[in-house]
Ligand binder design. Structure first.
Ligand code: ASP
Length: 330
């Protein structure tokens, strides 16, 4: 009898421990854009620089998650580091539109409240993701564009910069090449010319999911063109019932397929796993249509998915279990 009681106590403790463990998990996944990135064309120095920046963004986000901070704060911290780096097509280092100017898009979504915020076509806010967050938290709206978004961001006290701040010589050279139209793959569908959109999704210790995306769009885009990145449901989506998703790729395809929401919907209504829903969207549906790109996602259990149908996607994740990866190529 005594032994049975002991066994019972041990079992109870085990269950309790497992529960605590399950509650105490966090995960952060980031991307720095997808495209036809080839190992041969990337110098070892450039590859190392990309991997180092991705790791820095993961560490910044993890520092927040580890200490009980919110998934919202973690995704913003990770994205700001990537926006500030000229390596990525977001914030500094954004691609140029047809007129030779930078127009930036960003969005964010809170999986707990289903609140969301977005800005599109902005030219002078240093960190567009912070503007998207302000729209979510301090306005009754979900999306603001152009001058209206900029004025709102100033009123909210966000850091403003001269549009020349976003200039990067490599992006300018890509733009000039685009104008000459003498590349093998012409036009805005050239994935090499827009690589570098950034995104982050996270699960925090309280079980809350968040997703965020920031981009300069696509080289040579018509001025006023808005891609999927600031569109909730297309480039960004988070719902505690399912998952958090951030996309990168040829935006028009992601808009038409409502990719980020579709992945969550497949999980909620069709009972699919994160992996199944993500792979089906990116590796089948988009691929069949010629929609280049990839997504990063995390579900409420901390499962991670990072499928892409291009030859590379700058990406990485870190989990409370200690598992981590940063990678570029297939
Ligand atoms: N999805 C972005 C856009 O279409 C570009 C990218 O992710 O590379 O604006």
């Amino acid at each position: 009898m005594k032994n049975i009681f002991r066994l019972f106590v041990v079992l109870m403790l085990l269950v309790l421990n497992l529960q605590l463990f399950a509650q105490g998990s966090y995960a952060l996944v980031i991307h720095g854009g997808s495209g036809n990135i080839s190992r041969e064309r990337m110098s070892p120095e450039r590859e190392a620089a990309y991997l180092a920046k991705l790791s820095e963004a993961l560490e910044a986000g993890e520092a927040i998650l580890k200490t009980g901070g919110s998934s919202m704060d973690a995704v913003v911290a990770a994205i700001m580091i990537l926006e500030d780096s000229p390596l990525f097509n977001a914030g500094k280092g954004a691609v140029f539109n047809f007129e030779g100017r930078n127009e930036l898009d960003a969005s964010i979504m809170d999986g707990k409240t289903l609140q969301a915020g977005a800005v599109a076509g902005i030219t002078n806010i240093k960190n567009p993701i912070t503007a998207a967050r302000k729209v979510m938290e301090n306005s009754p709206h979900v999306m603001l564009t152009g001058r209206g978004a900029e004025q709102f961001a100033f009123e909210e006290g966000l850091e403003a910069v001269d549009p020349s701040y976003f200039f990067d010589q490599t992006r300018w050279d890509q733009y000039r090449e685009f104008l000459r139209g003498n590349t093998q793959l012409r036009g805005i569908t050239n994935p090499d010319m827009k690589m570098g959109t950034v995104g982050a999704v996270a699960l925090d210790l309280n079980g809350n999911l968040a997703a965020a995306t920031s981009t300069g769009g696509m080289t040579g885009k018509r001025f006023g063109r808005i891609g999927d990145s600031p569109i909730i449901g297309a480039g960004t989506y988070a719902n505690n019932e399912a998952c958090a998703v951030s996309a990168t790729g040829h935006g028009e395809y992601f808009i038409r397929n409502v990719v980020a929401y579709d992945i969550a919907a497949q999980m909620m209504y069709a009972g699919k796993s994160l992996e199944e829903a993500a792979n089906e969207n990116v590796l089948q549906k988009l691929k069949e249509q010629g929609g280049n790109g990839g997504i990063i996602a995390v579900d409420r259990h901390g499962n991670v998915a990072m499928p892409f149908n291009t030859t590379g996607m700058f990406r990485g994740y870190i989990k409370s279990t200690g598992e981590t990866e940063v990678n570029i190529f297939e």
